[in-house]
Design a protein around this ligand. Sequence first.
Ligand SMILES: Cc1cc2nc3c(=O)[nH]c(=O)nc-3n(C[C@H](O)[C@H](O)[C@H](O)COP(=O)(O)O)c2cc1C
Length: 379
Amino acid sequence: MSESALFSRFAVRDVTLGNRIMISPMQQYMAGTDGMPNAFHAQHYGRQAIGGAGAVMTEALAVSPEGRVSWHDLGLWNDAQMEALKPIADALGAAGAVPATQLIHAGRKGSVGRPWEGYNPLTAADEARGAPPWTTVAASALPANPGWHAPVAMDGATIARTIDAYHEAAGRAARAGFRLLEIHAAHGYLIHSFLSPLSNRREDAWGGDRAGRLRFLLAVSEAVRAAWPSGLPLSVRLSCIDDQPGGWTIEDSIAAARALKLLGVDLIDCSSGGLGERTTTRLVRRQEGYQVPFAERIRSEAGIATIAVGLIRTPAYAEAVIREGKADLVAIGREALFNPHWALHASQVLGTDPGFEAWPSAWGWWLEKRARAARAPAA
Ligand SMILES: Cc1cc2nc3c(=O)[nH]c(=O)nc-3n(C[C@H](O)[C@H](O)[C@H](O)COP(=O)(O)O)c2cc1C
């Protein structure tokens, strides 16, 4: 059997992942308008569960109805949703993956249609077919993109209520059986709208300098940590740079990571961009592992474990990211939609599971014989 960094264990608080691969959170936009999972989700997460990843993070769960991106997002704002998510967490755990989930409030990027239906702000035409637009909120009353809904700038009472919604949802995530929780503070959603100077023009305590713009993320993190069991790890996904002139920078992310670590956050999941979905000024070319340098800098300069994500496609590259100490985990997104057995295949490519023991026995027993037959000399 070969030695592999990618297939080494990773322990954080009371949780141990069997390898360094996490399935990245990916919204499916397939829920009913009640935010409840259905047969599609059971199948989708069932496929991911048996794919061999050390952790499988579900798509983002909205902390409140108005915190959804679309009418078809999953939610965790009530106990019925929590109960309905239990079988998904159970299935992930039973297959050997750490069941993980993510909390979102979409902020000014909410009230849109599904990506494959145009990803446009909802209009009167959508209302006529039963999917009315709703009033979105954000740090400031600035739309994410030209022509998008103008959000309402959150007042103090709305901020307090929203922090409480995160707290409540974190408690439900624990009761549903999830063992790793992530706060989605990236991709232009509500928390990111507070972080970036491009979207936060507030002049009160929730805006202004970096400390002011960080305040909402820190308050949410503190509230979530208080509801999330102390033995279980907490992650925060950041857009490490806005990728726009005058925006949030990697230095800002390093400062944020240091502050989050002090609040009991264990991992920083290092993404980027998305403040406005249709921005034209991109500073970073999208190539394999284009966001890995962010994970590497935050890991070394903030002294916190990191997750690298973004166009990590091949086992050899993922292995190198971990072996070279650039990140503690790699998150696999679209590759896992293409091939839900990505991690199992990676272990074959890297030679860490010659006996197919990581596979469900009902398949591994056959596949090991098949591999042996393929190696046997011709008679
Ligand atoms: C269909 C889809 C849905 C996504 N939903 C989420 C989400 O719920 N939360 C999140 O943080 N990122 C989300 N992302 C971003 C992915 O987690 C990941 O960061 C991104 O796809 C880059 O990784 P990849 O190149 O391996 O796909 C989504 C991406 C896709 C393709």
